[in-house]
Structure formats: C-alpha cells, structure tokens
Design a protein around this ligand. Structure first.
Ligand code: ATP
Ligand code: MG
Length: 421
C-alpha cells in the first residue's frame, strides 16, 4: 500500500476531552474521529487494527466449532418483554418506536434474539450443542461515555452463544471458550488476567472476566501473586467489608486496576425458561436448554492495547496488532529518482514476501514523515534518503527502542527473515 492511496490524517494537537493516552493517540494518529458522544468513525488506519483483532477471534472460535452469524441491530420490544428485561435493563437500552408505533431497541447484547432464533429451529437434543457468534456493532446508552472507544455508546463486540441439553455439556463448552479466549489474548500479545466476576445485567451464576491490567482501568481487581483473583464487585457480594479486609491481608492480595475486555457467562436456563426454548431429551422429556454467552469488546481492545504499548513519541504496536508490519519512508522521492527507485525495490521485495507494508510517498518533509510513523507505531521503519540511495543503503529503525542501523539492500532479505515479519 502507498500513502497516496491510503489516506492518513495525523494531528499535532488533541481535543482537551481526550484524557487518557490511548484516546489521545488514537485521535492524534488519525485512527478514529468523533461523531457524537461515545460514537466514533474509524479511518482505514484504525479499522485495520480492528480487523486484525476480529481475524484472530474468528480463527480461534472456528477452532472450537463456533460458527459466525449476523443478527439485526434493531430488536423488537416483545422479545425483551418475554425475557423480563424490557423494564429491568434500564436507561442504557436505547428505545424507540417505528412508524406503526411498535416499540424497538438498539441491541446492547443479543441473548433474546439468539434464543428466539435457535428455539424456532431446534427441537431435539440431537441438534445440540450449538455454538454461534457474531461480530457487530452494539449500542448502550452509557451514562458516562469516556476515554474514546474504551467506553463508547456504539462499539464493536463479538458475542457468542452456546446451547446445550445439560449443564454438564455447558460446563465443558464453557471451558473450551475460556481456553480459546486465553489463546486469543496471547496471540494478540496482550498482558491479561482472568478473574471471577459478577454476572450483572446478563445473568446466570458463574462468570469470568478477562482484564487488561492498566492504571486507567475502571474495574478494581483483587489479585494474588499468580495474578489470579476476583473483581472487587463480586468480592463485595461474597464477603462483608470486615471479612474482605482480613482476607486481603491474610492472602496477600493486591489491588490492581483492570480494563474488562472479555466476559464469559454460564447463563443456565435463565433465558430458555422465560422464552420457552426447550428440546426433547434422549429420555423423551421436555427440557429447557442450558445456555452460555461469551463477549469480547473488540474496539475496546484497541484502546486497551495502546494503554499497554506507548511512549512519548506515540504508539508502539505489538506485531499482532500493528496496522502495517513495515513502513518505508522515502525522503523527497518525488524529486530524486534514485530514492524513488530504491524505495520501490524495497517495497516490491516486501510485497513478494507478503509483508503488509506501507510506502510513504507523500510530498512532505522527512521530519513530518518520521514523526507520523513513530506516532502511528509501526514496529519496523525503513528510511531511504539521497545519500543512502546512491550506495543502495537503507536505514532501519526499530520502533520499540528507536535504534537505527544501516542495512545494504543485498542484506535486506536476511534482516526481514530475522525480524520474522
Ligand atoms: P462494563 O462493566 O465495562 O460496562 P459490561 O460488563 O457491561 O462492561 P458485557 O455486557 O460483559 O459488558 O459486554 C461484553 C464486553 O463488551 C465487555 O467485556 C467489554 O469488553 C465490551 N464493552 C461493554 N461495554 C462497552 C462500551 N460501553 N464500550 C466499549 N466496549 C464495551
Ligand atoms: Mg461484563
């Protein structure tokens, strides 16, 4: 890709409402722009990161037999009345009427829609278990949208749902998701932890959250030496204040802030009983299906990943998430043929190796280009100037420590192999 056909819009300053580093850097590097409170548009640079996360999630869910679907964003009120959540969910549920005066809401989560979908097509235990997921926009009218896409009103969530004939089968599947989630966060190269959690608005009695540890996290976690522990919300339900402080002292728990990026729930029969989602068992009994649901905050991960990976110059993407694996900066390529042809040579080599590379062919100064790519945070930066091009030399800058070295064009393939990009 070349910048001439991949518009980037970096900024010098940031709006004062961007309080945390990830929000500032996402605006500054031109990944997102605000539409209205808690709503953001994604430019190609930001959306490529979203797509990388989605791809890892897709692969790992497919590996455990979970298949992708897509459900409508606008949901009829009747389903929420069936599950008793129309009144209980509160003002976060954005409600409205259509031209026929029927009540609808924008989907904040999809337990009702999926239960309705599956119950109409499944009547026997022989069809179970079933595992389905979607990656789509959700809307929650958050009381305090903040930190950009971290707590947005409209955001992308992956939500998966499982249906079973028994709680034993649900338990087994729940563990499969837990393992798949671990693989997802490991592949995304994020520092995360898993905690016991409260099931909140979604329901059920067992749930675990996946958190990215960061000072600006909005959740309080109690963790032991091995980073196992619980969300303080659930600790407060389980223990009195006195017992909790005793427990913290005795077990040497530490208090850390976390950003919730995933949440898995054993729903049991909560929705199936209310919505009449039953099957015939192998003993010919009618049983309400056992369900699980499994969420990941796709767009929140982008912000959380930045909170773990930045310096004073900008973002430092882990290779798993970077919008590009390499950036080539040509200095005055429009004026200097040698520069342009060496840049093109390097670009062709990388393309032939299927490296996701961007060549900065804009007519702006080297200083501007260099600042932009440091800000955008591509891990490997290759610089080609007049003097170097005469000797077929390339400057290689590793974004992680900003160290620079000269590399001969002849040695570039060796370097690319070493970098394994
Ligand atoms: P929170 O406690 O942060 O409000 P939640 O527990 O209400 O989140 P879930 O219903 O568990 O959220 O949704 C699944 C995932 O969707 C969360 O783990 C989180 O990563 C993501 N998510 C939830 N709300 C938002 C939001 N307002 N903006 C961005 N991502 C969100
Ligand atoms: Mg949650």
């Amino acid at each position: 890709m070349k910048v001439s056909s991949f518009p980037i819009f970096t900024l010098k300053g940031v709006p004062s409402e961007a309080e945390v580093p990830s929000h500032q850097l996402m605006i500054k590097s031109g990944m997102i722009r605000k539409l209205s409170s808690g709503q953001y548009s994604w430019y190609p640079l930001g959306y490529k990161v979203v797509k990388k996360i989605e791809e890892v999630i897709r692969q790992e869910l497919n590996n455990i037999g979970c298949r992708e679907i897509l459900m409508p964003t606008v949901q009829p009120a009747e389903l929420w009345q069936d599950s008793d959540r129309w009144d209980k969910y509160g003002p976060e549920l954005l409600r409205f009427k259509d031209r026929n005066n029927r009540d609808f809401c924008l989907g904040p989560t999809f337990e009702e829609v999926i239960t309705d979908l599956v119950k109409n097509d499944v009547s026997s235990y022989k069809n179970l278990p079933i595992n389905l997921f979607q990656i789509s926009s959700k809307f929650r009218d958050e009381i305090r949208p903040r930190f950009g896409v971290m707590r947005a009103r409209e955001f992308i969530m992956k939500d998966a749902y499982s249906f079973h004939e028994s709680s034993i089968c649900l338990d087994k599947t729940y563990e499969l998701y837990k393992t798949a989630y671990k693989r997802i966060f490991e592949r995304l190269m994020l520092d995360y932890t898993i905690v016991d959690a409260d099931s909140g608005n979604i329901g059920g009695d067992v749930s675990h959250e996946f958190h990215i540890i960061a000072d600006i996290g909005e959740d309080d976690l109690l963790l032991d030496k091995n980073m196992n522990g619980m969300n303080i919300e659930i600790a407060k339900v389980k223990y009195s204040e006195h017992d909790l402080s005793k427990l913290i002292k005795k077990s040497g728990l530490t208090h850390k802030k976390g950003i919730e990026v995933g949440h898995i729930f054993k729903l049991g029969q909560k929705y199936s009983t209310k919505m009449g989602a039953s099957v015939t068992s192998n003993k010919s009994e009618v049983i309400d299906m056992f369900m699980g649901c499994y969420g990941i905050g796709v767009t929140r991960i982008v912000a959380a990943a930045i909170e773990q990976n930045y310096d004073d110059k900008g973002i430092i993407w882990p290779s798993s998430l970077s919008p590009f694996n390499a950036a080539i900066i040509e200095i005055d390529g429009n004026k200097n043929k040698n520069v342009r042809s060496l840049a093109q040579k390097l670009y062709d080599i990388m393309q032939s190796k299927k490296i996701d590379v961007i060549l900065d062919d804009r007519q702006v100064t080297f200083g501007n280009k260099s600042k932009d790519w440091e800000l955008i945070g591509v891990p490997n930066i290759f610089i080609i100037g007049k003097k170097e091009s005469e000797e077929q030399l390339i400057t290689f800058q590793r974004r992680a420590d900003n160290k620079k070295e000269f590399v001969k064009l002849d040695d570039i393939e060796k370097l690319l192999e070493k970098l394994s990009i």
